[in-house]
Design a protein around this ligand. Sequence first.
Ligand code: UD1
Length: 340
Amino acid sequence: MTGTILLTGGTGFIGSHTAVELIKRGYEIVIADNLSNSCADVIGKIGIITGVTPRFYKADVCDRESLRAIFSENDITEVIHFAGLKAVGESVIVPLSYYRNNIDSALSLLEVMDEFGVKRLIFSSSATVYTAGDVSPITEDMPTGGCTNPYGWTKYMIEQIIRDKSVADPEFSAVLLRYFNPIGAHESGLIGEKPNGIPSNIMPTITQTVAGRLDMVHIFGGDWPTKDGTGVRDYIHISDLAAGHAAAIDYARTHTGAEPINLGTGTGYSVLELIRAFERVNCVNVNYDISSRRAGDLGVCYASAEKAERLLGWHAVKGIDDMVRDAWMWEKKSDIPKQT
Ligand code: UD1
């Protein structure tokens, strides 16, 4: 099938890796991003990795006129919607910005897709939509809602908007990809995650600590009911996650309706296991202490990866060693200044 896939937010961490994966598989893509949390030089790096430099629009997805221009100039057949604000802590401080930006951009996109008769959408959702609880593996039919922060609620609400659109339009096809914990970086070391300011997620916290930019990793709780008392998560290599999007495109081309699908490995690792793997693979020491639990955290959270295998024919192939090796290689190549 010919046609072009639009990646909104395509210069971000997940978007850029997905761009590489799609180009590698021969898909034509175009990227739209307002660069609020990423750099335009990512486009050139995608070009270096794949040999194809994608067409890029500096555009805000909330702006329907900009979207119309993109849809007019390209034969868009699918959209992968990554664009959105994503910092959990910030979303608690400026909730209105999160609701305005994330909901507005999703609605604008869906409206313009409608105007241009584009019927297939992959949405960047999150495991955070599941109702908090320590029951894992998490299957897609488990309850959602009860989110602990505005960021999570925007993902929940957008999923609902897309489901309603799919009911109203029987030709519409949507895959709601619920990510677990993507970490690592492209094996080239050219693209990866660049958190703004002091990171809140565990992997950039580890890499910046080892790089000397942070003093130490504070492990949030050593008294969880887990194998070693530290929190357990389903870490997935960013390149595996990207491959899941390509599989979702193929699925959306042959199905209708809105389908939630987990992208995780199905295996949980504790924070201490992650740190130990990082030390072993990269031959470094990670300075850490055990601190108190973080508000809103869960002890255990990992995916059932069964539905992704069944519907998409996809499963993660990279292991924890690949994740910690690639994360460290990316950190060493990046030039983030020391935090104060
Ligand atoms: C967090 C968000 C979640 C979001 C996801 C994606 C919260 C409560 N949850 O998930 O909504 O979708 O990121 O980015 O913010 N940890 C430490 N020390 C640290 C940082 C983390 O011990 O400095 C631990 C956490 O307690 C957890 C694990 O590391 O056990 C992973 O944490 P993190 O990377 O922040 O991801 P989540 O909490 O799973």
